[in-house]
Design a protein around this ligand. Structure first.
Ligand SMILES: [Zn+2]
Length: 313
């Protein structure tokens, strides 16, 4: 079942997080890692080389249990996929909308330092069988070394992709790939998954998709901002439901609406379809609260400070 498999493929960034005894959630919010926020608003991205792949922990042949020759199968993204990634990100992460934005987009030049190395490669079936799973996208959280992306090579602050065409044939659409791109750059901006909040249990999209079986643990310094947001690009649930549904149109029952914060949909993400009560068109985009959260973390004018409400002791 492609939709079900794809969930496992998504980046689950747990890194070195331990479980903290006595964690209590004061409020279910958007979660981020304050110590790994970028100290600037323009973050430079470059496209990495094939030689850099095995220097990421998740694709280190030994650690990933791959035959060394598997890496020979990987092929760099074609220009049109690079363009899709860049245009998706530049349209959504703007100075006005998010404060933080991503610039550069050249080949990684060893002489020029980039903040984020983007490794985009196709993973053909030979390597897929050995990997056992294909992460559609995977990313570090902000400037951290979580997920092992640059533990093996300090020059790598990697952001790793596989070519969806090779991995999934036509099963993954441009829309789904764009969702993965926006989601992973959310991690790069320092955001964690929404299901760090226990409120995912009553999130109607999570109930429909059964995308999240277990709440993720926050890290020792994880902070929160704003209200729980079922429409966030950092949630698995709405997108997984959309994938399972196989359509951009979703039906929300009255009961579903009741469970939403303020009993309302985010109008940027779900647009009512005229004359069809309960039917909404799903657009892959940052939610209103995603943008607000990022603008707060990366204020367009550097006059305000980050929110520092701790979610646990
Ligand atoms: Zn993720």
């Amino acid at each position: 079942m492609p939709g079900t498999r794809r969930l496992a493929l998504y980046a689950i960034v747990v890194g070195t997080l331990g479980t903290m005894p006595g964690i209590s959630y004061s409020a279910p919010d958007a979660f981020y890692e304050p110590e790994f926020l970028w100290p600037k608003q323009d973050v430079t991205v470059c496209f990495g080389t094939q030689e850099q792949i095995p220097r990421t922990e998740i694709l280190d042949p030994k650690k990933a249990g791959l035959a060394a020759e598997t890496l020979d199968y990987f092929r760099a993204f074609p220009p049109e996929v690079r363009t899709l990634i860049r245009s998706s990100i530049e349209a959504e992460y703007t100075r006005e909308r998010t404060g933080i934005r991503f610039v550069g987009w050249n080949d990684c030049d060893p002489a020029a330092l980039s903040d984020v190395v983007l490794l985009g490669f196709s993973a053909p079936s030979e390597s897929k069988a050995q990997l056992g799973y294909i992460p559609l996208g995977r990313a570090s959280i902000g400037t951290s070394a979580w997920d092992g992306t640059h533990k093996l090579d300090p020059s790598l602050k990697a952001f790793v992709f596989f070519d969806w065409k090779e991995a999934f044939g036509n099963a993954v659409s441009v829309r789904d790939f764009k969702h993965a791109v926006l989601h992973e750059f959310g991690h790069v901006a320092g955001l964690r998954h929404n299901h760090v909040s226990s409120d995912y249990e009553t999130d109607p999209f999570c109930i429909h998709s059964r995308a999240v079986s277990r709440v993720e643990k926050p890290g020792p310094r994880t902070m929160s901002y704003g209200a729980y947001d079922p429409f966030s690009i950092m949630s698995y649930c709405l997108s997984e439901w959309g994938w399972k549904n196989g359509s951009a149109e979703l039906y929300l029952s009255d009961e579903d609406i009741e469970k939403l914060p303020a009993k309302k949909v985010d109008p940027t993400v779900l647009t009512p379809v005229p004359f069809r009560p309960g039917v909404f068109r799903w657009t892959v985009t940052l939610s209103v609260l995603d943008r607000e959260t990022l603008r707060t973390l990366y204020p367009p004018k550097k006059t305000s400070s980050w929110p520092r409400r701790m979610i646990h002791k």
